[in-house]
Design a protein around this ligand. Structure first.
Ligand code: SF4
Ligand code: SF4
Length: 173
């Protein structure tokens, strides 16, 4: 499993924004690798949990039970989120895209970048830290090998155009 930058305690004590979305068809909802889809189906997860574009299908949830800032009304949550404690019910098996968040694979024009979501509360606090810089170096090494590049090529659903994300380095996909 990929090394994590954001401590779980920070997420649970200071944020709790992940896995909750303001729109049903959100670009931010998790896209799945082909092998993750096969794994979920083998584990008897109903196919209805998957959307046509290889993403997890979100479910509507009353806003009062969640804490998505500056959003009024129904929100949409990942079906694997336990809304009572904001924990992932499949944490150790969660999708690769969830493992790398708040980092993303971003398409900007013809190029592919490793990017970061500046909306993440932890990133906002730590963007200039040595820890952040070191973690970006770790990800640079992680992605710049033939296995990971092939994985991205085979799973184009993970490469999306996140206009608001901040690009960190170009990936030769
Ligand atoms: S947005 Fe960032 S700080 Fe908030 S829960 Fe997600 S990863 Fe944690
Ligand atoms: S699979 Fe888990 S970590 Fe990923 S969005 Fe759903 S609840 Fe969150």
């Amino acid at each position: 499993m990929i090394k994590q930058l954001v401590p779980g305690e920070f997420c649970l004590n200071e944020c709790r924004c992940c896995c909750k979305f303001s729109q049903e068809k959100s670009i931010w909802s998790p896209a799945l690798l082909n092998e993750e889809i096969e794994g979920l189906l083998k584990n008897n997860i109903p196919p209805s949990i998957l959307s046509e574009n290889k993403k997890i299908r979100l479910i509507a949830f009353p806003q009062k039970s969640c804490d998505l800032p500056s959003h009024v009304g129904t929100i949409f949550i990942c079906p694997f989120l336990n809304p009572k404690d904001s924990k992932c019910k499949i944490y150790t098996l969660r999708p690769f895209e969830c493992q790398i968040y708040p980092f993303l694979i971003n398409r900007r024009k013809e190029k592919i970048f490793l990017a970061v979501d500046l909306g993440c509360a932890f990133i906002k606090k730590n963007l200039d830290s040595q820890e952040f810089k070191e973690y970006v170096r770790y990800l640079e090494e992680f992605f710049n090998n033939t296995t990971e590049i092939a994985r991205l090529k085979n799973n184009p659903q993970l490469i999306q155009a996140y206009d608001e994300a901040s690009d960190l380095l170009e990936l030769k996909v």
